[in-house]
Design a protein around this ligand. Structure first.
Ligand code: ADP
Ligand code: MG
Ligand code: MG
Length: 209
């Protein structure tokens, strides 16, 4: 069938590493406006380190995501390292070693989002990556219930994440470094919401191949 296998997860990591390298400057500039300007560097470093570990043998897609989780936790630092590390670890556990159906993909995204929320305690509207993750999870769940393919579920998630990231433009940041700016954080897009879009788009592109 069209279930997502280990090769998909490997393509995802490569596509994510490409996207973080390509958008490094954009993520740095977004973080410079409301944070400390390191988000692009952090994400590029983490995913390029993960890409270097793709030669290992993996028992299934979950094993690839677990490797990514461990790599992000050890290489990324800051707020994003533990948050994305937790997201990938929860997604890995949710997927396990089996190839992923549409329902399994939606469940893994839900687990990832729940991991980010339990770690960072942000709610929708706080202008963080949760504002990208939560609409993505909702769209993915809806697409899976409608009988869409795993690739279509991921594409729906990426589209919804993009809209969610745009919604942070007019929000005041209430978690993370950007919250130190108070009202001055309004008018800026959250960098972690943008990196979440890049990740989900990479996952969708890897599934469409
Ligand atoms: P740091 O702020 O430590 O320099 P990064 O710049 O790598 O870390 O990541 C910043 C991003 O992390 C923010 O744009 C935001 O999306 C996300 N973030 C920060 N704190 C939280 C939190 N408590 N919950 C969810 N996301 C958060
Ligand atoms: Mg930063
Ligand atoms: Mg930092």
């Amino acid at each position: 069938g069209d279930a997502l296998d280990t090769a998909w997860a490997v393509r995802w990591v490569r596509a994510a590493a490409d996207a973080m390298a390509e958008h490094r400057r954009e993520l740095i500039d977004l973080d410079r406006a409301i944070g400390d300007g390191d988000h692009g560097e952090n994400m590029d470093r983490g995913f390029s380190a993960a890409r270097e570990k793709l030669e290992e043998e993996f028992a299934g897609p979950g094993a690839v995501l677990k490797m990514v989780a461990m790599t992000l936790m050890s290489k990324v630092g800051g707020a994003a390292g533990p948050l994305y590390g937790t997201a990938f670890l929860r997604a890995a556990t949710s997927l396990g070693d089996a190839d992923a159906s549409a329902e399994a993909v939606a469940a893994a995204l839900t687990a990832a989002r729940d991991g980010v929320v339990s770690r960072g305690k942000a709610e929708v509207g706080d202008a963080t990556m949760v504002d990208a993750w939560t609409p993505a999870v909702d769209a993915a769940t809806q697409a899976a219930s409608a009988g869409d393919s795993p690739a279509a579920v991921l594409a729906a998630a990426a589209d919804a994440a993009q809209t969610g990231a745009e919604s942070t433009d007019e929000l005041q940041a209430r978690k993370g470094r950007a919250s130190y700016l108070g009202e001055r954080s309004v008018g800026h897009r959250d960098p972690g919401a943008v990196s979440t879009v890049l990740l989900l788009r990479a996952a969708a592109d890897a599934a469409a191949t």
